[in-house]
Design a protein around this ligand. Structure first.
Ligand code: SAM
Length: 278
């Protein structure tokens, strides 16, 4: 069942962290001339109206991207330059771009994007958004299937973003079996996996399994905007695990989350960290 709609959450603190890191991962791929492909297995609709009822009802963008966008200090940071360049065209119109549109804006003429979205309405919007764009394949398909069927890309270089909704605990198993298939077909790809920090046991399970699967390096980036004292876990923390991170990514990711934290934090107990899994 597809209950999750990203329109309620677009531009929240988790999107800011995820998308800023995504632009850096793509920046590293551009250091070599050879073309690459980005896979976005859970792409969403690609563009979100921040004044629509979904977004205004939660106000999450207000405490996320709209705060970041006001900061002249952050705007001057080279590590965030690609992120602002990718979001500004939409922000100016009261919209926030999703991961496929952000990735698209980072591509060169020779690079490609494959984006998957299973929700019929969001998948349709995604296909409309990229209609006629020869560099993008927007497909209404199960992203987990794509991991087993569409890898490796003919470019042999690139990145897979796995940003599933985490509506049910079994999604950790979906991620792990998807990753297992993907890695057996394409060991050298860069894999970025988003996760919410709500239930610690679930996060432990995910990260331990990723560490066991990764032949090379793997790391995680985590940002908590406030302490969570509740039993079942509130959504106050965001995580981003990366298999085969590019050289210097760990250092730059730490610099990025340290830069973002003062604007995103809700109280003095907010933290940001980067740690290796392997
Ligand atoms: N990656 C997007 C971004 O950063 O802008 C946000 C994606 S949202 C967190 C997760 C999306 O996955 C939802 O739009 C949902 O409809 C979609 N989805 C859920 N199950 C899916 C599946 N098996 N395959 C592809 N998409 C799926």
């Amino acid at each position: 069942d597809l209950n999750y709609r990203h329109a309620f959450h677009a531009g929240n603190f988790a999107d800011v962290v995820k998308h800023a890191l995504l632009t850096r991962l793509i920046a590293y791929l551009k250091r070599k001339e050879k073309p690459f492909r980005v896979f976005d297995t859970h792409a969403g609709r690609g563009r979100y109206d921040l004044n629509a009822s979904e977004a205004s009802r939660t106000g999450e963008a207000q405490a996320g991207v709209l705060k970041i966008a006001q900061s002249t200090t952050l705007r001057a940071e080279p590590l965030l330059a690609d992120y602002f360049a990718a979001i500004d065209p939409d922000l100016r119109e009261g919209f926030y771009p999703g991961s496929p549109l952000i990735a698209r804006r980072c591509l060169r003429e020779t690079d490609r994007l494959s984006a998957y979205e299973l929700h019929p309405e969001d998948g349709g919007a995604l296909r409309d958004l990229f209609a006629g764009d020869v560099q993008v394949k927007a497909i209404s398909l199960d992203g987990w299937l794509a991991l087993g069927a569409h890898l490796p890309p003919k470019e042999k270089r690139g990145l897979v973003l796995i940003d599933s909704p985490f509506e049910k605990p079994s999604e950790v198993d979906d991620i792990l079996s998807g990753l297992e298939k993907a890695l057996s077909r394409w060991r050298g790809g860069v894999y970025a996996i988003w996760y919410p920090i709500k239930r610690r046991a679930l996060v432990e399970k995910l990260l331990t399994a990723i560490a066991g699967m990764a032949a090379g390096e793997a790391l995680a980036v985590e940002v908590r905007i406030a302490a969570d004292e509740s039993a079942e876990g509130l959504f106050l923390g965001t995580g981003f695990a990366v298999i085969n991170p590019p050289f210097v990514f760990a250092e730059e990711a730490k610099a990025i989350v340290d830069l973002l934290l003062p604007a995103l934090k809700r109280d003095g107990s907010a933290t940001a960290r980067v740690f290796t899994l392997t």
